[in-house]
Ligand binder design. Structure first.
Ligand code: PGA
Length: 252
């Protein structure tokens, strides 16, 4: 049985009051101590403490959206993996297309960030995905395979077992244009095949591969029903308590 994860990526959104509203809604809508799958939120780092306090007696987990790949030092404005470990954060998103395009995050940085997170016991959620141009020119599979190979280079087999992959076609993020469940599942199969080449068939079979890109309360059940879609990385809809709780229920 593969792990299913539903992860909210708040990006640069949210507030203390939204954390309260979200957790109250989830408490009233679902059994937060007996969740149907792994549920996590990645709020802006400034809200991690408040989020952790709000979900303390629940099974809900907390992550962040970025780290700098050094343990400490003169890197003004950055946070490190050992700091996340101290906070008892479970996940960190790495290589999101917004970080790749606005902040110059390269595949090499994705690899370095993943490695230092794993050394500190934090599971990286490694994002891969093609642009519209790359899909239209038929390069989408090779682009994603290349991103995967570089992101996972030199990780040990034990480390690979803690990683999560999120397939997020750039053209579907925040656009309301979801990949069809067939398009997404097809790419997830390509990813799993490549994971098999990287990590062997047993690890690849168990590897959670999430879909992200305009996932919402309406399409969650169909996406989650696909053979190779093991969860969702949710942006916009994770800011809407009722919608996010519907998405979790779509798993149960
Ligand atoms: P979206 O964002 O659900 O708003 O498209 C997904 C993401 O960027 O992780």
């Amino acid at each position: 049985m593969r792990e299913t994860l539903i992860v909210g990526n708040w990006k640069m959104n949210g507030s203390i009051s939204l954390i309260k509203e979200m957790v109250e809604t989830l408490r009233s809508e679902i059994d937060v101590n007996n969740l149907p799958c792994t549920v996590a939120f990645c709020p802006p780092a400034l809200y991690v403490d408040s989020f952790l306090a709000a979900v303390k007696d629940t099974g809900i987990k907390v992550g962040t959206q970025n780290i700098y790949p050094k343990p400490s030092g003169a890197f003004t404005g950055e946070i490190s993996a050992p700091m996340l470990k101290e906070w008892q954060v479970d996940f960190c998103i790495v290589g999101h297309s917004e970080r790749r395009s606005y902040f110059g995050e390269t595949d090499e940085m994705v690899n370095q960030k993943s490695a230092i997170l794993l050394e500190n016991g934090i599971r990286p959620i490694i994002c891969v995905g093609e642009t519209l141009d790359q899909r239209e020119s038929g390069e989408h599979e090779s682009v994603v395979i290349d991103q995967l190979n570089k992101a996972l280079a030199n990780l040990s087999s034990d480390q690979l077992k803690s990683c999560v992959i999120a397939y997020e076609p750039v053209w579907a993020i925040g656009t309301g244009k979801t990949a069809t469940s067939e398009q997404a599942n097809q790419m997830h199969k390509v990813i799993r095949k490549q994971l098999e080449a990287i990590s062997g068939s047993e690890t690849a079979e168990a590897f959670p591969i999430l879909y992200g890109g305009s996932a919402n309360a309406k399409n969650a059940a169909e996406l989650l029903a696909q053979s190779d879609i093991d969860g969702l990385l949710v942006g916009g809809a994770s800011l809407k308590p009722a919608d996010f709780s519907t998405m979790i229920k779509a798993k149960s």
